[in-house]
Design a binder for this molecule. Sequence first.
Ligand code: BGC
Length: 363
Amino acid sequence: MGDSTLNFSLLHRTCSLVVILCIVHLSVTLFYYLRTLDLRLSFVQNQQMQVLSDIKNSTISLEVIIPKATSSALKNANNFVLNVTEKAKVLEKCPDPSPILVGPLRVEFGSSVSLDVVRRENPRLSSGGRYKPDGCVALQKVAMIIPFRNREEHLKYWLYYLHPILQRQQLDYGVYVINQYGDETFNRAKLLNVGYAEALKEYDYDCFVFSDVDLIPMDDRNTYKCYSQPRHLSVSMDKFGFKLPYLQYFGGVSSMSKEQYLKINGFPNNYWGWGGEDDDIFNRLSARGMSISRPSAEIGKCRMIRHNRDAKNEANPQRFNRIAHTRQTMDRDGINSLKYEVVNIEKDQLFTKITVDVGRPER
Ligand code: BGC
């Protein structure tokens, strides 16, 4: 009995010693493993920093560094760096003016246009008629606003001619067709206000081009963007013998930055029928001390698609009286008093069509 107790206690002590030795061994191994891991991680980090600083200084090319990398961690670093270079490329601003403009264009309305053909010819557009240039960051984000009702044929020509032009102008743009619902009298300026408000719900546009659906520029140097002053873009229309009908004329196609637009409280909402709303906009701009910038008569040439006066767009007999009072009414009638109801939003590759109920004239 005494012997066996002695033997057991010896065995017990030996086992404890073995266990302790194992623990010490494991701890030492773990310690050295963690140290080398640390070293490896900092090596990868250094590699990343090195390549990043090389990109910044543009002295050593990536190809020199990458073949030397062997571990999978370095491959990750490699991917990371490639992403960074991609982004660095995207960050370059597009040159002004765009180097891919071609100048004067032939514009004709003889044969009809198919939307499928226009879609095929503009494969880089994304849903809603949106586009961004490929190799550079556009100088401006521009919403093209087109007031619309029952002019499908004209819209096809507009899309056919304008999409390639706007892409050559290297703009980040979207096309918004603002379609007046129902058959009440047409209200162009209110539709333009709706276009401004709806486009901003989708994207952070900084510039707005307001274009009639039947006007096509004849020179792509007439850039559809914003300038330091509100811009009148359709300065020499064939309809007016390629001249301005009068100096204050601001109709057809114009552009305004968000800031310029807000400075005049947007456009009037109460011009129902044809005429006067563009003169009211001119009055607003001059009341706020802005002037009109224009391209030359040569670059600003454009063609209008001939058509008869639309039904429910008769000349507005109230326009003369309204134009005479712009300064008194502009602060309470504009984007700050705009009311409408969206009836439908259609997304096509070539445009966003927003059908809106803008109400009816007060009787
Ligand atoms: C109207 C404008 C129109 C211009 C040119 C003016 O009398 O008030 O709205 O754009 O004529 O047709």
